[in-house]
Structures are given as C-alpha cells and as structure tokens.
Design a binder for this molecule. Structure first.
Ligand SMILES: *Cc1c(COP(=O)(O)O)cnc(C)c1O
Length: 377
C-alpha cells in the first residue's frame, strides 16, 4: 500500500490540476493525491493495517494540536464532538459564549442534551473580552464554558488563550473549545493555553474531505467524564482513550478518510505547522489589503470582524448597497470560483471567503481579481 507522498507535490501551488477555485469556508479544496489515497482497498479495523495508519497519524495530529496528550480521530462531523464535549465535561452548569451561528450551536448541543446552560451573548461580529467573562464567572455558578475560536459565520477570532486563563483563574472551570475552522490554519496551543477539551473537523483548514472529527482532553475532563451520567457511548472520551492506546477506534472508522488523512498529515508535516499558520495569515492580510484598495477606489466594502480579532482562515466581507451576497456568489460561480454567501440570517449581507487549507496567495489573487470584476459590474 503506497502511503508515501511525492516530495514535489508538497510545494505550494502543486496541489493538482485545476486546484485553486474552491474557496468555501468548509468543506475546503482537497489535494489530488489526498483524494486519490481514498481509492485504496478496504482493510479490517482490528488489525495491523489500521494500527499502522493510526500509529502514523497520532504524533502528527499532536503536532497540529500542539499537545502531548492523545488526539482522538472520530468518524463524525465536528458537531458530534462539540456535543461530546459538553456531555463529557460539564458537571452542573455550563456558560456558552455566543457570538455567531456555530457558538449558538454549542449552546443548543448542551440544551438538547439536558445540560443546564446559559448564554453569554455578544452581537454577531463581536468577540468576548476576558473582563466580560471574568464578570460572568463570579459567584461560581458555572463549572464549564464553551467557546468557538474562529466563528466561521462572522469571521471573528475569539481570544481563547486569554479567555481560558480567566476561566481557570475563576475556579474549577473547564474550557470546551471549538477550533473547527482554526485548527491547522491559525495558532492554537492546546497545552500552553491549557485548553481542557478541544475539537475540530477534517474539512476546514486541515483540508481533508468531510467526515472525520478530532478532539483532545486532559485529566480534568477524564475525571468529569468518569462521573458523568450523560457522556453516552459514541463520544465517550474514556472509550476513545482506551482504543487510542491500541491504535484503534471503538467502532468501525471511515477507513477511506483515514487513508486521506494519513497522506494530508504528511503534507502538513512537510510544510510545518508554523509555516502553515503564516501562509493563512498572509492570505488573510492580502484580503484585508484588497478590501482597502476597493474602498479607496470608491466601492464601499467592509470587513465584518473588528481589527485584531479577525480569523486568518475566513474573511466575511460586507456588501455595498444593491449587491446581495447570494447573487455575488452566483456570478462568481459563472467565472468558475466558489465562495460562500453569508451564513444563516446574514446570507445576503456578506460574502465569505474561506482562504484556508492548501490555498496560496497567488490562487487567492486570481479569486480576488474575479471578485473585483463582479463587484464593479
Ligand atoms: C464548520 C463548523 C462547525 C460544524 O462542523 P460540522 O463538521 O459541519 O459538524 C462547527 N463550528 C465551526 C466554527 C465551524 O466552522
């Protein structure tokens, strides 16, 4: 079974013919050799074949997560592990930091799981400040918080390192973090920032097809999980950990996606995680500069997220009067480019560019040229 990547294909801009047209903020464009890896024949999930793959994947995922803890690979979309997070980790009551559609989903996952929960809400497009969180945690009502690092519906990057510090300073409060659109595209330090539970998905900045999700948990989470009557079976971190030790998964994994992940993690390793963050930041900076250029030229575009709190993986651009997000994406499609319209209730107010995964500034520039044409028409 061939799992080694071709060294020439790791260079920027050599991701396969026709690559560089698909800029949805998830799923993202996937390299040709990663897609091709999925054509390998099936193997059993209780044998050497899978154990070799899991054994290769494990240390590479730890490097991406910046952790010495185990990182579990689960067959699910990312939402499964958001739900798993609150089910394993909340004792009595959780505070959900809500500033967009995905952070609202965290609240819903808690609520529908029967977990007592409240929201700490700021308007869509805003971020949560550490001071605000410290205030809400006074009184000791909460033993856990949920937060989303890169809120893909607004392009806001929440300061999770500072928020985690404030949470821990306020007592026995664990932080449950969604890094779905930031992991592998923005700096996330699971260990250094003491992020107790962190989850992400395969189809955003990791640039693997959708269907896998990943999480890591520390001893504080395990301790709570042992006592939790809500942790269920499929997303039970204790069960995941047992099988991880054997380089297996509790249930039948999406074997084909593991083939893809195995190859993509070799690419990510070859690039280096810090270089990957820098490439994403360069694409984000290029997008901001482009918005400023168009503004100077008389086209009133706006960046939805405030300066200093912008996600390096997704940019939400407010549309000028008379331009609907959904018609702009349709016009872009005619030119061969896919971008996102606004998410949910923001559908027509903005477009969203997912400059994440394996894209480069050159590819982004071609997209921005086309977008300039569409917006100037
Ligand atoms: C995409 C996304 C999700 C949902 O992921 P699924 O894989 O569709 O379940 C959750 N949170 C954020 C921030 C996302 O960008």
């Amino acid at each position: 079974m061939s799992t080694l990547i071709d060294a020439t294909s790791t260079a920027a801009g050599s991701s396969g013919a026709g690559f560089g047209r698909f800029f949805l903020p998830g799923p993202t464009e996937v390299r040709e050799d990663v897609l091709r890896a999925m054509l390998q024949p099936m193997i059993g999930h209780r044998g050497k074949g899978i154990e070799e793959i899991m054994g290769r994947i494990a240390p590479r995922l730890q490097k991406v997560f910046r952790t010495s803890r185990a990182v579990y690979s689960v067959t699910s979309s990312a939402t499964g592990l958001m739900e798993g997070g609150v089910r394993n980790a909340v004792r009595e009551r959780v505070l959900c930091l809500v500033n967009g559609s995905f952070s609202e989903r965290f609240y819903k996952a808690a609520k529908n799981s029967g977990i007592p929960c409240d929201k700490l809400e700021v308007p869509y497009g805003a971020y949560h400040s550490p001071e605000m969180l410290a205030d809400s945690l006074k009184g000791g009502k909460y033993d856990a918080i949920t937060m989303v690092h890169s809120e893909t519906s607004t392009g806001v990057l929440n300061p999770i390192g500072d928020l985690a510090r404030v949470a821990h300073e306020s007592g026995d409060v664990v932080v449950i973090v969604d890094t779905v659109s930031s992991m592998a595209g923005a700096q996330v330090e699971c260990d250094a920032w003491e992020l107790d539970y962190v989850c992400t998905g395969s189809q955003k900045a990791l640039a693997v097809p959708p269907g896998l999700a990943f999480c890591t948990a520390n001893e504080r989470i395990f301790e709570r999980a042992r006592a939790s009557s809500r942790r269920g079976l499929y997303f039970d971190v204790l069960e995941l950990d047992d099988y991880y030790r054997k380089h297996q998964t509790p249930n039948t994994p999406a074997v084909s996606l593991l083939y893809a992940l195995d190859v993509q993690l070799q690419h990510i390793d070859a690039e280096g995680i810090e270089a990957r963050w820098a490439r994403h930041q360069a694409m984000a900076d290029r997008t901001y500069a482009w918005v400023a250029e168009l503004k100077d030229a008389g086209l009133p575009l706006s960046l939805f997220a405030p300066e200093g709190y912008r996600s390096p993986t997704v940019t939400c651009i407010g549309m000028p009067a008379g331009k609907l997000g959904s018609s702009v994406t349709a016009e872009m499609k005619k030119r061969g480019f896919v971008i996102g319209s606004g998410y949910g209730k923001l559908k027509d107010d903005m477009v969203r560019i997912g400059h994440m995964g394996d894209h480069t500034v050159d590819e982004l520039n071609a997209l921005l040229d086309a977008l300039r044409e569409v917006l100037s028409a």
